[in-house]
Design a protein. Structure first.
Length: 278
């Protein structure tokens, strides 16, 4: 829904998008492009959380001589920015394949002329591997990283507004400022952080989605700035908030699960290390 609202044609609002997708493509339409992100999400999340955690530990080691020392707000922010920067290298090709698969059957309209009309059932790509191979052959590595600039502008500040609120809310919710928060605190803090992060990242998410959807039939945008200017000139400021409700609602349960898995994994590993080295 998020991708179609941001870069698709003819969807007025979220409800209209739901009904249109279901009417034209049935339930299967809601799961287009899911396989590639599903196959890579474990690696992606492990790298992002691993980079964030290890950067925090390194900064604590440099500042206090103790990697387990509670990080300062500046350390959390810097670790978040590093994690966001690294995430783009993994996430851009995955997002591009997902978006191309989700939007490949949408009609591309410019100056009220359908340049290459398509309808559901006549896709450009046969699947994620075919999409990946086709883009790589036609556009090279640069094609796989289309929209990387917009993704950097989304993820670097986005991860700051992901990890910083999580750290703040965990400390606020957990009684007596306990260093190790309980699962309910993790779940709630993670969900709120996810909703904040995805909600505020929506404007650049719109730009990224449009840049990555571009190129299936022709190249409409010359780059990130050109996409921003064209989108604003054609549709006004409101275009940058398309899909914000879907992003915020999706961000809560997704981030709750992410942070809960992250914290429980850390606890399990620390417990194993304590038992191995008493």
């Amino acid at each position: 829904l998020q991708t179609r609202l941001q870069a698709g044609q003819g969807y007025g609002n979220t409800l209209n998008c739901v009904l249109t997708v279901y009417r034209n493509e049935s339930v299967a339409g809601f799961f287009k492009g899911m396989s590639f992100p599903l196959a890579s999400i474990a690696v992606y999340s492990s790298v992002v959380f691993g980079v964030f955690s290890n950067t925090q530990r390194l900064l604590s080691q440099l500042r206090h001589g103790d990697p387990s020392h509670a990080p300062a707000l500046a350390d959390v922010a810097l670790a978040s920015m590093v994690a966001g920067f690294i995430s783009v290298g993994i996430g851009t090709p995955v997002d591009l394949v997902k978006i191309r698969l989700q939007l490949q059957t949408q009609p591309y309209i410019k100056a009220n002329i359908k340049l290459k009309p398509t309808v559901p059932g006549f896709p450009v790509y046969r699947g994620p591997i075919h999409c990946f191979r086709t883009v790589l052959q036609k556009e090279g590595i640069a094609g796989m990283y289309r929209g990387a600039g917009a993704m950097l502008l989304r993820d670097v500040p986005g991860y700051c507004l992901y990890f910083i609120p999580y750290t703040f809310f965990c400390g606020w919710i957990t009684p007596d400022g306990c260093i190790s928060p309980n699962p309910s605190s993790i779940w709630l803090a993670g969900g709120v952080a996810g909703a904040i992060s995805w909600g505020t990242a929506t404007p650049m998410d719109v730009v990224k989605s449009r840049l990555q959807a571009d190129g299936v039939y022709l190249n409409k945008y010359k780059g990130t700035l050109d996409c921003i200017l064209q989108s604003y000139q054609n549709e006004g400021l409101k275009v940058f908030f398309r899909g914000i409700t879907v992003n915020a609602v999706r961000g809560f349960p997704m981030s709750s699960a992410m942070f809960l898995g992250y914290e429980l994994s850390l606890k399990a590993m620390k417990r194993d290390q304590t038992e191995t080295n008493p």
